[in-house]
Design a binder for this molecule. Structure first.
Ligand SMILES: [Fe+2]
Length: 390
């Protein structure tokens, strides 16, 4: 038996932002509050959204005190702002950080307490209602946050999440035109995050035929277009393919789950403030170098989706070639392929390993179980930049 959950309405494709007013009007909102980070405002994307709202006679407030990889106190401030506003609907615009805050804020504006009270690992309170209706508009092709009920927050040395169906968007608007101004480095990091969602969903112990179909199509589209999207950002086809790939990777991983790469990536974000995309990218090949023997059939499917020429290869060789293909993508899009290039010292491997082991919810989805020693070995391989296979 399989269960598949997604936002009620997903509108995608170039120009889909124009559908925003009719979606707001469905909820009879009198006023909306936009949550966006300063970077998205600076490049003019929020202005595009404001123009659409003004053109439709919709009044709005704008909240922009959002920072990347937000700690809980930043989300608490956003909750206060919404509680003090007369807005009855929220719109999140941006990358994962802005969308995660928007989801949490929409729900927590109708709850007592702080964001920390509702965290999965350390919180003590339970959510009781879905709060205000929410529309999410991603401006990167990466996190898939627009179709998941997960909001990630930074703690002192790691991360924790709020996950609850109440956080799901009512509407996701995925318009590739909003990604045209993304610089190469962010296109690379967010694109590899999306690819990581797809490959981790594919091998997850909770995968289903539906999540596999979405994951394989996402792997195909992202791997075929990420290099062009990064190095030729004005290529409309590559941007569209990455946008669609990220969306369906998000739907796939939201239902099948991510595992080892994300579990080991969280401590890199928490301890060293690496972006979520970079944290995943630098670990992606090394985690798959560890797990592939436990999921060879899925790795063969992945090899095909990654464009590996399997002629004359055994299934085992095809699985290994898929791991190498993941490494090549990370390298080709200009992301460091070892921890030393991020200035992370070897002495931190033990602390990173202990923190990653706490991500039991994620590690439980891996087809190959991780012991603490396995985790140390994967970090050590990533530190040295050495795949066993090379
Ligand atoms: Fe992710």
């Amino acid at each position: 038996m399989y269960n598949f959950v997604s936002p009620l309405t997903i509108i995608s494709g170039a120009g889909s932002l124009a559908k925003l007013p009719e979606q707001i009007n469905r909820f009879n909102a009198k006023k909306v509050m936009i949550f966006a980070d300063p970077g998205v405002i600076q490049v003019g994307i929020v202005k595009k959204v404001e123009d659409v709202l003004v053109g439709a006679g919709i009044t709005y407030d704008l909240y922009s005190e959002i920072i990347p990889e937000p700690p809980v106190h930043i989300a608490d401030q956003a909750v206060s702002a919404l509680k003090n506003s007369d807005a009855d609907m929220v719109i999140g615009i941006g990358g994962g950080s802005s969308l995660d805050i928007t989801k949490a804020v929409a729900v927590l504006s109708k709850h007592e307490g702080t964001v920390a009270d509702y965290l999965n690992l350390t919180g003590t309170k339970k959510l009781s209602n879905k709060g205000l209706p929410k529309i999410l508009i991603p401006t990167t092709s990466g996190t898939g946050s627009e179709v998941t009920d997960i909001a990630v927050f930074s703690l002192e040395s790691s991360k924790d999440v709020i996950t609850n169906n109440y956080l799901l968007a009512d509407v996701a608007i995925v318009d590739p035109e909003l990604t045209y101004t993304l610089p190469p480095r962010i296109t690379a990091a967010t694109g590899v995050d999306a690819l990581t969602h797809a490959v981790e969903a594919l091998i997850s112990v909770n995968a289903s035929p539906l999540t596999d179909a979405l994951a394989l199509d996402a792997i195909r589209r992202i791997s075929q277009n990420i290099r062009t999207g990064v190095w030729h950002g004005s290529n409309v086809k590559a941007r569209s393919e990455l946008s669609w790939g990220s969306l369906i990777a998000g739907l796939s991983f939201y239902n099948a789950g991510v595992s080892g790469v994300h579990a080991l990536a969280y401590p890199l974000g928490g301890l060293f403030k690496l972006s979520h995309g970079d944290s995943n990218a630098v670990l992606l090949p090394y985690v798959f170098d560890f797990v592939w023997p436990s999921c060879i059939e899925k790795m063969v499917l992945m090899a095909d989706a990654l464009g590996v020429n399997r002629a004359g290869l055994s299934n085992r060789e095809a699985a290994i070639a898929a791991v190498k293909a993941l490494y090549d993508i990370v390298k080709d899009v200009g992301i460091p392929t070892n921890l030393q290039e991020f200035d992370i010292k070897e002495e931190y491997i033990e602390k990173l390993s202990q923190d990653a082991l706490k991500q039991k919810r994620l590690l439980a989805r891996s087809p190959k179980p991780f012991t603490i020693d396995d985790i140390r070995k994967v970090y050590t391989a990533a530190y040295n930049g050495k795949l066993n296979l090379l």
